[in-house]
Design a protein around this ligand. Structure first.
Ligand SMILES: CC(C)(COP(=O)(O)OP(=O)(O)OC[C@H]1O[C@@H](n2cnc3c(N)ncnc32)[C@H](O)[C@@H]1OP(=O)(O)O)[C@@H](O)C(=O)NCCC(=O)NCCSC(=O)C[C@H](O)C(=O)O
Ligand SMILES: [Mg+2]
Length: 289
């Protein structure tokens, strides 16, 4: 399946280096909500051409159960045109464009396929609202490694030096109805730190997290998903809301708290996330292995 990114939940979005065929094949069976086949920073210059060939083959072979995007090399690089042409002709359901700095770049690349803009430079952060406003842009992804380097920040376990930028990206995306995706967590051997960062990302308003290793998928799906108890609560709230509306009330109370239309909408979102989780369990009963 290669559906439209943004149509379903994107709790976990897995980067897979284009020059690692084994990882590309492995990604087909993993429980990420979407996959990004990467031609940019995960691939050394001498492997770019082979990576493009691998990605083309993986796309044309089909059989993907989740949306597959391609991260192309950036504007001004020697690889940009061939990457974009390959991605568009091979059926990628969206392009991830790195280091987007203004809406002009995003507009030029409105190619009739959803564009996912990476915000990973200071100018990109400052221009995030204009970038998010471009109709062809489906979502914004934070690139915290590039951003931290450009800002000269120091690593911090709670990402305090980046908080302003993270929130700016969420604000810009949400203001334009686009999907904000949180940055990768580099230490694939630190599951506790990863969970902590996922929870922070969810609290900040991100819709999901970009991940770099199979072991990070389940934790991201959990952090950006919902529990059975939350789903039950949402169902009960919706019942109370619908009964109240049918009785002609504009607002109702549920468990002693005020419920208005936006709470009902929120409950619907919770149920959509729950349904996505159930689907994952049905599709992949044996987990990620
Ligand atoms: C981070 C890694 C280099 C770790 O590699 P390694 O130590 O080799 O991993 P493992 O041995 O634990 O791998 C176990 C199996 O899992 C498969 N695997 C690993 N990673 C992936 C993946 N991303 N997708 C699919 N499958 C994966 C291995 O093939 C092993 O399988 P098997 O042989 O069957 O046992 C490595 O995980 C990695 O390369 N990750 C992706 C890195 C990447 O894509 N980076 C670019 C995107 S992030 C970025 O650029 C950030 C942004 O732009 C910014 O500025 O912040
Ligand atoms: Mg980057």
């Amino acid at each position: 399946m290669m559906g439209l990114p943004g149509a379903g939940p994107l709790r976990s979005v897995l980067y897979v280096p284009g020059d690692k065929p084994r990882a590309i094949e492995k990604a087909r069976a993993l429980a990420a909500d979407a996959v990004i086949l990467d031609l940019e920073d995960a691939v050394a210059p001498e492997h770019k051409a082979q990576a493009r060939t691998n990605v083309r083959a993986a796309l044309l072979a089909g059989g993907w159960r989740v949306p597959v995007l391609v991260r192309v090399n950036g504007l001004g690089t020697v690889w940009e045109h061939e990457d974009r042409e390959m991605a568009l002709l091979s059926g990628a359901c969206g392009l991830v464009l790195p280091k987007v700095e203004d809406d002009r770049a995003a507009l030029e690349l409105s190619l009739g396929r959803p564009l996912w803009a990476m915000i990973e430079t200071p100018r990109g952060v400052l221009n995030a609202p204009a970038i998010a406003a471009v109709p062809g842009v489906a979502g914004l992804l934070v690139g915290a490694n590039d951003l931290a380097r450009a800002l000269r920040t120091r690593p911090h376990p709670a990402r305090i030096p980046l908080l302003h930028a993270l929130s700016a990206v969420v604000l810009a995306a949400r203001a334009h109805g686009k999907v904000p995706l949180d940055a990768v967590f580099n230490d694939v051997r630190d599951p506790a730190g990863f969970v902590q960062e996922c929870e922070q990302g969810r609290a900040l308003g991100f819709a999901g997290k970009t991940v770099i290793h199979p072991d990070q998928i389940e934790a991201a799906n959990t952090a950006f998903g919902v529990t059975e108890e939350q789903a039950q609560q949402a169902r009960a709230l919706l019942t109370a809301w619908e009964e109240g509306r049918a009785a002609g009330r504009s607002v109702v109370t549920f468990g002693g708290s005020l419920v208005e239309g936006m709470h009902a909408d929120e409950a619907q979102e919770v149920l959509a996330l729950w349904a996505a989780r159930q689907q994952t369990v049905i599709d992949r009963p044996e987990g990620n292995d």
